[in-house]
Design a protein around this ligand. Structure first.
Ligand SMILES: CC(C)(COP(=O)(O)OP(=O)(O)OC[C@H]1O[C@@H](n2cnc3c(N)ncnc32)[C@H](O)[C@@H]1OP(=O)(O)O)[C@@H](O)C(=O)NCCC(=O)NCCS
Length: 153
């Protein structure tokens, strides 16, 4: 899959196995102690019903990634991030669109995710995309609730 528009810098494609180490390094820089390890990325990639997309600049620098899973007519955004250099350019929105499009092709009728109640950039992204809040998990994160959100493709 490729969504390379004329006015957009980053190219979005399925993430290859040889990208995983670079993604895990960036994940660690962004998420710190809650980051996925490289071996966890490998384990998720090996699961049936998962997909990973990466955004790369024209010079091939990693700008962001998303991991989705789908089963039984439901899909989940497992993780999504944009590198600090890539932020504010619509990259996460395009990654989310790629993930939702993939979910719809699997037959998913709903896409779910969880987000830290204090994560304003992520909440802004999901709300502006059209996700709606349907519940909370108290203290799911250290010192914060998880907001449960859903989108119907
Ligand atoms: C959340 C994150 C993925 C957004 O990435 P991004 O590429 O900068 O987002 P985009 O440029 O695609 O922005 C899309 C929309 O998200 C919202 N948004 C993005 N950054 C925002 C911010 N700092 N504050 C509030 N809303 C924000 C806006 O609605 C924006 O639309 P607009 O530009 O038309 O106003 C990025 O900040 C990130 O990687 N954060 C760390 C990892 C993380 O928290 N992941 C989510 C875990 S649930």
């Amino acid at each position: 899959m490729s969504t390379n528009a004329v006015d957009e810098q980053a190219d979005i494609d399925e993430l290859h196995w040889w990208d995983l180490a670079e993604v895990a390094d960036n994940d660690s820089a962004i998420f710190g102690p809650t980051a996925w390890t490289l071996s966890y990325y490998w384990a998720v990639r090996a699961q049936a019903g998962t997909v990973m997309f990466a955004a790369r600049t024209p010079t091939s620098a990693l700008a962001g990634w998303i991991v989705m899973s789908a089963a039984g007519g439901e899909a989940d955004v497992m993780t999504i991030a944009t590198t600090e250099e890539g932020r504010g350019q619509g990259i996460a929105r395009r990654l989310l669109q790629a993930g939702v499009d993939w979910a719809a092709k699997t037959g998913a009728e709903a896409v779910h995710l969880e987000v830290d109640e204090h994560n304003e950039p992520a909440l802004g992204l999901y709300r502006s995309f059209g996700f709606s809040e349907w519940g909370r998990r108290p203290d799911y994160y250290p010192g914060a609730d998880a907001i449960l959100m859903r989108f119907r493709p």
